[in-house]
Design a binder for this molecule. Structure first.
Ligand code: AIR
Length: 362
């Protein structure tokens, strides 16, 4: 079996690092496609069975790439869907199925889809003109959060608007681009949670939910401990995830993020890929989400997913949450937790995830 991965960032890097012996034996090659050099996957270039292919994301390049692959997966979502539809016309399979990718690529369309399928989401609205924004604020009041509909992640493209002055400024700066955004009421959540797993041969497998902390819309910490999340909330998260995977019926890891507010949960966002909030599985679970993803797309057996250790994951984020910040926190925890540092071979440009640290309960 020849596998292709679109994207050469840290997620692709960790997928490839988690090729276990069983997986290694059932693949001939893994091809990684990246539109630039200087990416985390560059580190894999001398590894047996792994080949890096650099080029622009255009039809010619991607069709050539797909000819080498039986299965293609992706490690980021902002890929031109029309290019992928062309690959879909060939023998090569893409997982997760791009009909779901098309839905989630536009975060407004994603919210509409979830709402229409009776899956709980918070208040949101399209922005066709400034009147839409004023009306929304009349209903929900400040603050609101304006989000880029397409192409953004890690908090990029999210703007919290706290008052009229900030709103007017935003309108002036974005008046010609207003339709590229949609808005959400700011949920003053009690917790942010996520869950991740996959569906194979009609069976839905998932890890226990985890609790997350964000700063400026970017994940800085994930926590897993049996008692962290209330039992009734865990149940709601799992039920909602099962409903979601009944609809998103495809191979590959799918992650869902939630807000917990007043004993209710609301879907914040869905990712059709391995996810930062489950990097903790690398050191605290029986198998990692990366191995799970490979097993899922290759139709290999999926064991019951379980946490075998409590732990934390801290993101190392340039100009926001540095390695030193985390090592300072570790000083107080080092009696109880082992530490594993993972750097991604990325330059510290702007606010950017460049590594993570897992703390594993001893
Ligand atoms: N990524 C994809 N969607 C969300 C995230 N965080 C990962 C992928 C992608 C990398 O982030 O691995 O390649 C890009 O990060 P950056 O900082 O280079 O933009």
């Amino acid at each position: 079996m020849n596998i292709g991965v679109l994207g050469g960032g840290q997620l692709a890097y960790m997928i490839c690092e988690n090729i276990t012996k069983t997986i290694f034996n059932c693949i001939e090659n893994i091809y990684i496609f990246s539109d630039k050099k200087g990416v985390p996957c560059d580190l894999l270039k001398n590894i047996d069975k792994i080949t890096l292919i650099y080029g622009d994301y255009n039809l010619e390049n991607l069709l050539k790439f797909s000819e080498k692959c039986d299965i293609i997966t992706y490690e980021f979502e902002a890929i031109d869907i029309d290019l992928l539809k062309n690959i879909n016309k060939t023998e090569t399979q893409i997982y997760p199925d791009i009909k779901y990718l098309e839905i989630i690529q536009d975060k407004f369309v994603q919210k509409e889809f979830l709402k229409n399928n009776n899956l709980n989401v918070g208040p949101y609205s399209v922005i066709n003109n400034t009147d839409d924004i004023y009306k929304f604020i009349e209903n929900y009041n400040y603050p609101i959060i304006i989000k880029a509909r397409c192409g953004s992640f890690d908090g990029r493209g999210n703007i919290v608007i706290k008052n009229e002055i900030e709103l007017n400024e935003w309108i002036v700066d974005n008046k010609d681009l207003i339709e590229n955004y949609y808005m959400e009421a700011y949920i003053n959540f009690d917790n942010e949670l996520s869950i991740c797993g996959c569906k194979n041969k009609s069976v839905i497998n998932y890890y226990e939910p985890v609790k997350n902390i964000h700063k400026k819309s970017i994940l800085i910490k994930t926590e897993y401990n049996i008692d962290t999340i209330k039992v009734n909330i865990k149940l709601k998260v799992k039920n909602l995830y099962e409903k979601l995977l009944d609809i998103f019926d495809t191979k590959g890891v799918i992650c869902c993020e939630f807000f917990e507010y007043n004993n209710e949960i609301y879907i914040n966002e869905i990712a059709l890929r391995v996810h930062n909030t489950y990097h903790i599985t690398l050191d605290c679970c029986n198998i990692s989400q990366f191995e799970l993803h490979l097993r899922s797309i290759l139709d290999l057996e999926i064991p019951q997913l379980s946490f075998i250790k409590n732990g934390y994951m801290y993101n190392i984020i340039s100009n926001l949450h540095t390695k030193e910040d985390i090592l300072d926190k570790y000083e107080e925890l080092k009696e109880k937790y082992a530490m594993k540092i993972k750097m991604y071979n990325k330059e510290a440009i702007g606010v950017r995830k460049i590594g993570h640290i897992n703390l594993i309960e001893i």
